[in-house]
Design a protein around this ligand. Structure first.
Ligand code: GUN
Ligand code: ZN
Length: 436
């Protein structure tokens, strides 16, 4: 386990969302002169330093993080490990992009050495960007799941991942069958699910690349083990939607396909969900399914605009996803900036506390891990990041003119990237430090 023995304490400026700020300002907690105590990787106390100092055992070393800002680690609810090298490929929308760039690249993951190399880079890239937890797609190859879990476990990261399943409409090199997919999942679940900070996700890629038999077995598998999650894609691109409806004429709409096969549960996360009908939003809310909103990907592939206000009004929980490699970066700052711009296009701009909520606790809720991560509160795992609001000349100038915490956060969300992230901690242990 990525645990940490002993007691550590951190002094600094702390900022965390303890609930969805849509329901009130008290959700944003800012501690100007704060102290956080971490025992065995868990936060045991956080608050004003003068009030908490007496709680420190004699001899505890206090790490002074200065005037930098300490936030919970970001949660990326949707990202593809094997697409690290697909990032920034020009000129295609979803279905062509899959054929032209993505499937050929994913075929390379039959080689376990390649999978191990990219998985280590992938986890390193997440941490460098301040993302301490992710829900990740792997390829069809079980070895790609072994590789990503191995890399995450070595670093002590909380990681959710699964082998993608495809048994039609994909290259031979990337196809399994309904039965081999079920069997491989079983073996991977036995090996990894619930081990330390790792969670397994049943991962049918999307309805268009799975037969009814494969979807049915995936749905059955979900009910066979406690704590599994399910991840897939939903209603991202109009041509994709038409294709899926033609493949499943008996279903009322795209989401109904997943419901039909037992894949729509309160532990199911759907990436994109852009072109949903009111009926689909209502069905998602009824079943407790959640959404990964992936704005940089949606711009990049020209997929459309996710209407976050509509999702919220329907009572559907959603978080943010980088969706690398269709997404254009691992940074949740870029992702927040994208989400803001999409919300502007939809006429209902998200504010800064909401953006940071979505990148932290909201994401943790969407992947059902908020009992452990997403905020800096006693009992949570001590995954946090240390940000320098003056990391670039422009940020320094702009943040010096901030007259409120909300304004400071907004400037960080719009202008930030990996340069802001000075240090990243998991379970109270530093796993990334920016070169000076
Ligand atoms: N739909 C099915 N597969 C994918 C994928 O790899 N990326 C994105 N963005 N959408 C998908
Ligand atoms: Zn995706």
């Amino acid at each position: 386990m990525g645990g940490d023995s002993g007691i550590r304490a951190f002094q600094g400026r702390f900022l965390t969302l303890t609930d969805d700020p849509a329901y009130g300002n008290s959700a944003l907690r800012y501690i100007e002169d704060g102290l956080m105590i971490v025992e065995n990787g868990l936060i045991t106390a956080i608050g004003d330093r003068p009030a908490l100092r007496h709680r420190l055992a004699r001899g505890t070393i206090v790490h002074n993080l200065g005037r930098r800002l300490v936030l919970p680690g970001f949660v990326d609810t949707h990202v593809h490990m094997p697409q690290l090298d697909v990032i920034a490929r020009h000129g295609a929308q979803l279905l062509d992009w899959l054929e032209r760039y993505t499937f050929p690249e994913e075929s390379r993951f039959a080689d376990p050495d390649h999978a191990a190399e990219v998985s280590a880079l992938f986890c390193g890239e997440l941490l460098r960007n301040g993302t301490t937890s992710a829900m990740a797609f792997c390829t069809v190859h079980p070895g790609s799941v072994d590789a990503v879990f191995q890399a995450a476990e070595t670093l002590g990261m909380r990681m959710t991942a699964g082998k993608s399943a495809m048994d039609r409409n994909a290259p031979d090199t990337l196809m399994d069958t309904a039965q081999t997919s079920y069997d491989d999942n079983k073996a991977l679940i036995a090996r990894w699910h619930g081990r330390g900070r790792l969670t397994y996700a049943v991962t049918p890629r999307f309805a268009a690349t799975s037969s009814t038999a494969q979807l049915r077995l995936a749905g059955a598998l979900l009910g066979e083990h406690d704590g599994l999650l399910m991840q897939t894609h939903l209603s991202e691109n109009r041509a994709e939607v038409d294709w899926v409806l033609s493949l499943f004429p008996e279903c009322d709409h795209y989401l109904d396909v997943y419901r039909h096969f037992g894949l729509l549960t309160d532990r199911s996360l759907f990436a994109h969900a852009i072109h949903l009908s009111d009926g689909e939003f209502a069905m998602l809310a009824d079943h407790g399914g959640t959404i990964a909103h992936c704005p940089t990907s949606n711009f990049f592939l020209g997929s459309g605009l996710f209407d976050s206000a509509r999702a919220a009004a329907a009572g559907v929980c959603f978080g943010l996803g980088s969706d690398v490699g269709a997404g254009t970066g691992f940074s949740m700052f870029q992702t927040m900036a994208g989400a803001y711009k999409v919300s502007q296009m939809c006429g209902t701009p998200l504010d800064a506390p909401r953006l940071f909520y979505l990148a932290t606790l909201g994401g943790a809720r969407a992947i059902r891990q908020d009992a452990h991560i997403g905020s800096l509160e006693p009992g949570k795992e001590a995954d946090f990041i240390v940000l320098d609001p003056e990391a670039t000349p422009l940020l320094a100038r702009r943040t010096a003119r901030s007259d409120s915490i909300a304004d400071l956060l907004f400037a960080l969300a719009m202008l930030g990237d990996d340069r802001l992230v000075c240090e990243t901690y998991v379970m109270g242990r530093r796993v990334y430090s920016k070169a000076p």
